[in-house]
Design a binder for this molecule. Structure first.
Ligand SMILES: C[S@@+](CC[C@H](N)C(=O)[O-])C[C@H]1O[C@@H](n2cnc3c(N)ncnc32)[C@H](O)[C@@H]1O
Length: 220
């Protein structure tokens, strides 16, 4: 189990945190449905337009390199949204068999054309695939949307499909200022804490794959 930043080349986002404070509870309720509003509605309710722009290509390259993935290997992205990473994994590693799973029927129904038939509607709590069936399982900014007990189940599912070959990234904060900014900004997370809190959860689950944190950095 290792801490590794596979999203190091993901571009930094500009965020208007204050705008998220307006009508927060209602927006949170809507966002948690992971429907059209979350992906393609106003920024206050989610992504504010979840469109492919190639930003996942460098991350896909780093994932392929990290896991030594090659033609014919199967890789799964859990919480794949519209399949941007699935598409780019196949682009950077021709012949790789990349698949995705997401709870959002909206995302799967509005996926990138290149991944039609490769995305499944489903829940990370019960991944509909045999044990050890993937060369790697990736899950970025997804399992923190579950309660703590659910995170444990999800991590065990990921471990079951690809023992020691997972990569999970979750929301975290390192200090009070980051916690405040995170709570103001986030819409859908149910479990979050400091990296050490997450490491405890990973260990409790018996997860042996790799991991990293999404941290909303604030000015000192
Ligand atoms: C913050 S988005 C991340 C999407 C993508 N991984 C990315 O980084 O752009 C969280 C994703 O998790 C999905 N999701 C939420 N709960 C889930 C669950 N229980 N099982 C599977 N997917 C889930 C949502 O529909 C959404 O696509």
């Amino acid at each position: 189990m290792a801490e590794v930043n596979l999203l190091a080349r993901y571009p930094a986002a500009k965020r208007n945190i204050k705008a998220r404070l307006v009508n927060k509870e209602e927006n949170r309720r809507i966002a948690m449905r992971f429907g059209r509003e979350y992906f393609d509605g106003p920024r206050e309710q989610g992504y504010g337009g979840y469109r492919y722009d190639g930003r996942w290509i460098p991350i896909a390259e780093d994932i392929v390199k990290h896991f030594g993935l090659k033609r014919g290997d199967r890789v799964l992205d859990v919480g794949c949204g519209k399949g941007f990473l699935v598409k780019d994994l196949m682009k950077v590693c021709p012949g790789l068999e990349a698949f995705g799973l997401d709870i959002s029927e909206y995302a799967v129904m509005n996926c990138e054309p290149e991944v039609v038939g490769r995305l499944h509607v489903g829940n990370v709590l019960r991944l509909p695939f045999p044990d050890r069936s993937f060369a790697a399982v990736i899950s970025i900014n997804t399992i923190h949307n579950l309660e703590r007990d659910g995170c444990i189940v999800a991590l065990r599912e990921i471990e079951r499909l690809a023992p020691g070959r997972g990569f999970v990234q979750v929301d975290a904060y390192r200090n009070e200022a980051e916690r405040q900014a995170f709570e103001d900004w986030m819409l859908t997370a149910r479990t979050y804490g400091k990296p050490a809190d997450w490491v405890e959860i990973l260990k409790e689950a018996g997860y042996t794959g790799d991991y990293y944190w999404t941290i909303l950095e604030v000015d000192a």
